[in-house]
Design a binder for this molecule. Sequence first.
Ligand code: FES
Length: 174
Amino acid sequence: MTSTAHQIEGQFLGFIPKPKNKLKYMQLQVGERVLAIKLAKEIRKPVAKEVEVGEKLLVSLDKKKSDPKCQLKLKADHIKKLDSGQSISTAKQGKILICRKSSCSKKGGKQLYAALVETLKNLGLENQVSIEFTGCQKQCKQAPSFILMPGKVKHKYVDPQNLPSLLEAHYLRK
Ligand code: FES
């Protein structure tokens, strides 16, 4: 088993059971030691779905929230299965560009902004996807206009009810 300051290689032993079935911590066998590693929120579900007990993992630690010298303070933000080379990635880093010009503002730009903030939060994407304002995006007739980055995918008016599926498809699905 090899480890660097912010990467640990080990064998997945399962989750540490928590009330309400929260899969917050996993156990990793590293040589003779068994470490409890906290999982970043956005990788909990993918790990539960894709990793089997006994599989070898390369765990990348969150540099700010981990102290490699202290076994009690380890937080993983990315995990890679070593057998298959498959990467269990966190959400894509991204940006949403919202038009702030008058047509869009008058036609619900503020509500769109509020709905996007809430949706990102509900999807656990608030740290991965930021929101920025822009000038006219030349879609004034069907305002409010916004663009999803990466990919530069332009959207005209979207019913707020459809935002969760739209953002999930863009940022969470591979
Ligand atoms: S004012 Fe928003 S796209 Fe033109």
